[in-house]
Design a protein around this ligand. Structure first.
Ligand code: ATR
Length: 273
C-alpha cells in the first residue's frame, strides 16, 4: 500500500517541505505521498490519534507544535530530549520516535564552510527554539566554546545552565564581538528590513569571522549585509533548512537525500513567488 508522510503546523500553506519531499520520494522511486496538514486550534490530540490510526510512516512538525508532540511519542532521541522539542517523527511498526534535525542540519551547513574546532568561540544570538536546537547540536558534536546572548538574559542563562558555556547580554555581545570566530543569528528580528531592529551591531567584527543567519528568505538579511560589509564570511539559513529536511528523509527511508536537488527546488519556489 502507498505510504503516507506529512508535515503538520499552523500556518502550513507556505511550507516548502511537501515539494522537497515529493521530489525525493519520486527520485528514489518510493511509493509514498507527502502532504501538508493544517492543525486547527484545539484539534492536536485528535489529529495525532488520526495519524496513528492511519499508520503514517513519518512526519515533520513545525511551529507551534514542536513541544506539543512530546506526550505522543514512544521514544525520544537524546538530542531532541535536550532540546525539549521535536521536528521529525519516525514510525516503526506503529511506535513513534521523535528527533530534532534542526540543530544538526544547521551544523552540517556550517561544516560545509570549514571544520569546527576547540579553538572556535561561537556566539549564538537569541535563545528561542531554533537557538536551543543549534546549541544542543554544537554541544553534542563539537568542542567549540559557546556563548548565548539574548534580549531576555534569563533565557540564555537557563540554556547554558549545568554546562561550561556562557550567557551574556546583547550589549556585552556587541562590545565583545571581536572575540568570536563564528556568530549565529537566530532571532526573528532579522525578518524585518530595518537595521534599527538588528539584535546587535557588528562594527567591531574581526574580518574573516563566519556570520550566519538562520533566515533564508530574504536571502540576505540586514544582519548578513552588515556582516559582509565588515569582511565576514556569510551564510544564510538555506543550508539549515535543506539539511534538516534531508536528515528527516534519511531517518524515514534510510536513503541518502539529494541536497542539491532540494536546494534547487527551494530556490525555484522562492524565485517564482
Ligand atoms: P524560534 O523558535 O523561531 O527560535 P522564539 O522561540 O519565539 O523563536 O524565539 C525568538 C528569539 O528571538 C528570542 O531569543 C527573542 O528574544 P527574547 O527571548 O528576549 O524574547 C528574540 N527576539 C525576537 N525579536 C527580537 C528583537 N527585536 N531583538 C532582539 N531579540 C529578539
Amino acid at each position: 500500500m502507498k505510504e503516507l508522510y506529512c508535515v503538520i503546523g499552523n500556518p502550513i500553506a507556505h511550507s516548502l517541505s511537501p515539494v522537497m519531499h515529493t521530489a525525493l520520494l519520486e527520485q528514489n522511486k518510493i511509493d509514498a505521498s507527502f502532504v501538508p496538514f493544517l492543525i486547527k486550534e484545539g484539534t492536536f490530540t485528535t489529529v495525532m490519534e488520526g495519524l496513528k490510526a492511519l499508520g503514517i510512516s513519518g512526519f515533520n512538525i513545525t511551529s507551534p507544535f514542536k513541544e506539543d508532540i512530546l506526550p505522543f511519542l514512544d521514544e525520544l532521541d537524546p538530542e531532541a530530549e535536550s532540546c525539549g522539542a521535536v521536528n521529525t517523527v519516525v514510525s516503526q511498526n506503529g511506535r513513534w520516535k521523535g528527533f530534532n534535525t534542526d540543530g544538526i542540519g544547521y551544523l552540517e551547513g556550517l561544516q560545509d564552510i570549514r571544520a569546527i574546532t576547540e579553538a572556535d568561540r561561537i556566539l549564538i544570538v537569541g535563545a528561542g527554539g531554533a537557538s536551543k536546537a543549534i546549541f544542543q547540536a554544537l554541544t553534542h558534536h563539537t568542542d567549540a566554546r559557546l556563548t548565548v546572548a539574548n534580549r531576555t538574559l534569563e533565557k540564555a542563562v537557563q540554556m547554558v545552565e549545568g554546562t561550561a558555556h556562557k550567557a551574556i547580554s546583547l550589549a556585552d555581545a556587541e562590545s565583545q564581538i571581536a572575540n568570536y570566530t563564528i556568530v549565529i543569528q537566530t532571532t526573528s528580528s532579522g525578518l524585518t528590513k530595518e537595521n534599527a531592529n538588528l539584535p546587535i551591531r557588528l562594527h567591531d567584527l574581526t574580518a574573516g569571522t563566519i556570520v550566519s543567519d538562520i533566515i533564508y528568505n530574504p536571502a540576505q538579511t540586514p544582519f548578513l549585509k552588515e556582516a559582509k560589509a565588515y569582511g565576514a564570511v556569510t551564510q544564510n539559513g538555506l543550508p539549515m533548512f535543506v539539511n534538516q529536511a534531508a536528515i528527516a528523509f534519511e531517518l524515514w527511508t534510510g536513503k541518502k537525500a539529494d541536497r542539491d536537488l532540494m536546494r534547487e527546488i527551494v530556490l525555484k519556489q522562492l524565485g517564482g513567488k
